[in-house]
Design a protein. Structure first.
Length: 275
């Protein structure tokens, strides 16, 4: 074991590290109570230690937050996401205050940051939990051997059911997703990247396989997906306005099914391709 010697007194480096860790832990809660998203430098300054000392005690900021709230209450994640769904749906991600989110969710800041270290992680959690992304991806994998005329309309209906199946709040999230991703918001960039990977890895892979087999017309898979998703999402987003302003009452699942079938007709292979 290594030792530091000062004035004839040997001090274990392990003991020094333990005291440093304890000091950081004691001061960290105070930092969390005042900052929006404290940095390692802020935690270190509050504890009166260097960044190097911080990293000797904790390998990362996340490790510190984990040590502060090792076992969040079982319902904490659900409560945070439920509160965030309403707040982001109403005002968008950029206007969200993590302090206010913790208050509305009824959890401590330490628990909030333990589960969601920042807005990018929170937005990713919202998309995974409440958006059509995961249900659609699971469906594409489960029905990967089915023909397009069976899978694609079912994907359209799944999108509709996911957004409208649990109330209007999910529609607000869908609007937020479109706004944040289209504006290339730094907080949404990580989520957008993961969303694209998930969709291209499931539905995109299916569409490419169907093109290769001659069931769908060959074109850019990305453009094919945009042509499919665009009209369906536009219908889902504008449906409340159309019903209220124009008084048009169209069955939602039937509407998106017809849009999917229209896409299928446009994706029929050319005669030359089917030869």
């Amino acid at each position: 074991m290594r030792y530091l010697t000062r004035c004839g007194v040997s001090i274990s480096l392990a003991a020094v590290a333990a005291r440093t860790r304890e000091r950081i832990l004691k001061r960290a809660l105070g930092v969390l109570a005042t900052g929006e998203k404290p940095t390692v430098a802020q935690f270190a300054e509050a504890a009166g230690v260097s960044r190097a000392s911080f990293y000797r005690a904790f390998e990362s900021r996340g490790a510190l937050l984990q040590a502060l709230a090792v076992e969040p209450e079982p319902a904490a994640r659900e409560k945070i996401l439920d509160a965030a769904l309403v707040m982001v749906g109403a005002h968008g991600l950029s206007a969200l205050s993590m302090d206010e989110l913790a208050t509305h969710a009824g959890v401590s800041r330490a628990t909030l940051y333990r589960l969601f270290p920042g807005k990018p992680a929170l937005f990713t959690g919202l998309i995974r939990t409440y958006s059509p992304l995961e249900p659609v991806s699971r469906l594409a994998v489960a029905m990967k051997d089915e023909p397009p005329d069976r899978l694609m309309p079912e994907i359209a209906r799944t999108i509709y059911r996911t957004v409208y199946g649990s109330g209007e709040t999910r529609l607000g999230l869908l609007r937020a997703v479109f706004f944040e991703v289209s504006s290339v918001s730094p907080d949404a960039e990580e989520s957008a990247r993961e969303t694209m990977r998930t969709i291209l890895g499931s539905v995109g892979a299916y569409v490419m396989a169907q093109m290769a087999s001659g069931r769908l017309r060959r074109m850019s898979p990305l453009l094919a997906l945009q042509a499919f998703i665009g009209p369906i999402f536009f219908h889902v987003l504008t449906r409340p306005l159309v019903e209220r302003v124009l008084g048009v009452d169209i069955d939602g699942e039937q509407a998106v099914t017809e849009l999917a079938e229209s896409w299928l007709r446009s994706m029929q292979p050319d005669e030359k391709e089917s030869v």
